[in-house]
Design a protein around this ligand. Structure first.
Ligand SMILES: [Zn+2]
Length: 277
């Protein structure tokens, strides 16, 4: 039976996520949240739906792809030391509120990783460096730079593309500076690799030091822009997902909207008429 598989025609989509970037994009106030009727709240991404939407994106551009192949998320999450709670009393200048902020950040990353794993993603590219006092001080000052995530995403993507050249491969990132390395290691990238990101204008605004633009690379498969409303609608978590007929924003409801009722988000729903006195 295993032998027969070699002759079957299976083309897979392999997906590699820069989890650090993705978590930032899912925050309230960012582009994905802005596609919904709750722009100030976190966007809840459904990774299983995302996988299906990416396969549909390939189909829409004329590429038959049956299933997902390798799925991996890379990010870095600090391991907090057992004595972390005593740091404010041991180290001058470290405050309980800095500790709480760090704990919330670690929790948010762990939660994203759990959700990705539920969607079939491997966490082999997740690093858990121990948090040290000097690192916390850098994080507080905003000078801490994560290094390992972009290089891991490039390594995973290139390994996938080189070992499975008849498959499709996508990288979920906002950092177009990884693309020169991809094109050097895998010059055929234009035919079966594509980028999944948010809108290029936002990419430029957020990464002012980015030397390259997506347009500099001749991808034949166009990028999948997650925050476009028709795409956000496909990847948001929830059983009953709608597009507002008034403003186009995406919203979810706990139960289906009755067939004769218009789909209207919380902002566009008429408020109860004011009672005349
Ligand atoms: Zn609306």
């Amino acid at each position: 039976m295993r032998h027969a598989l070699q002759f079957s025609f299976v083309t897979s989509l392999n997906v590699f996520i820069d989890g650090t970037w993705l978590l930032n994009q899912l925050a309230g106030g960012r582009s994905l949240a802005n596609a919904t009727d709750r722009p100030d709240s976190r966007f809840f991404l459904d990774f299983t739906k995302l996988n299906a939407a990416l396969i549909r994106h390939l189909a829409a551009h004329g590429h038959g792809c049956n299933t997902v192949g390798e799925l991996a998320i890379s990010t870095s999450v600090f391991s907090l030391p057992a004595d972390f709670d005593s740091w404010p009393s041991r180290y001058p200048g470290i405050t309980p509120s800095q500790l709480e902020k760090m704990k919330r950040a670690v929790y948010a990353r762990d939660q994203l990783i759990r959700e990705a794993v539920e969607g079939g993603y491997s966490e082999a590219g997740v690093y858990r460096p121990p948090l040290r006092e000097w690192i916390l001080r850098k994080v507080v000052k905003g000078d801490y730079q994560e290094k390992q995530v972009d290089t891991t995403v490039v390594a995973l993507l290139v390994r996938s593309a080189v070992t499975r050249p008849s498959d499709f491969h996508t990288v979920i990132t906002g950092d177009s500076d990884i693309l020169p390395a991809v094109s050097t290691a895998y010059p055929q990238f234009t035919k079966n690799v594509f980028v999944t990101t948010t809108h290029p204008d936002e990419l430029r605004a957020e990464h002012r030091q980015t030397a390259y633009s997506l347009i500099d690379f001749a991808f034949t498969i166009p990028p999948f822009y997650m925050q476009n409303k028709e795409n956000a609608e496909q990847i948001i978590r929830g059983t009953h997902v709608h597009r507002c007929q008034e403003c186009g924003r995406v919203f979810t409801t706990g139960s289906p909207i009755p067939p004769r009722q218009r789909a209207r988000c919380v902002k566009c729903r008429p408020t109860a008429p004011k009672r005349r006195t």
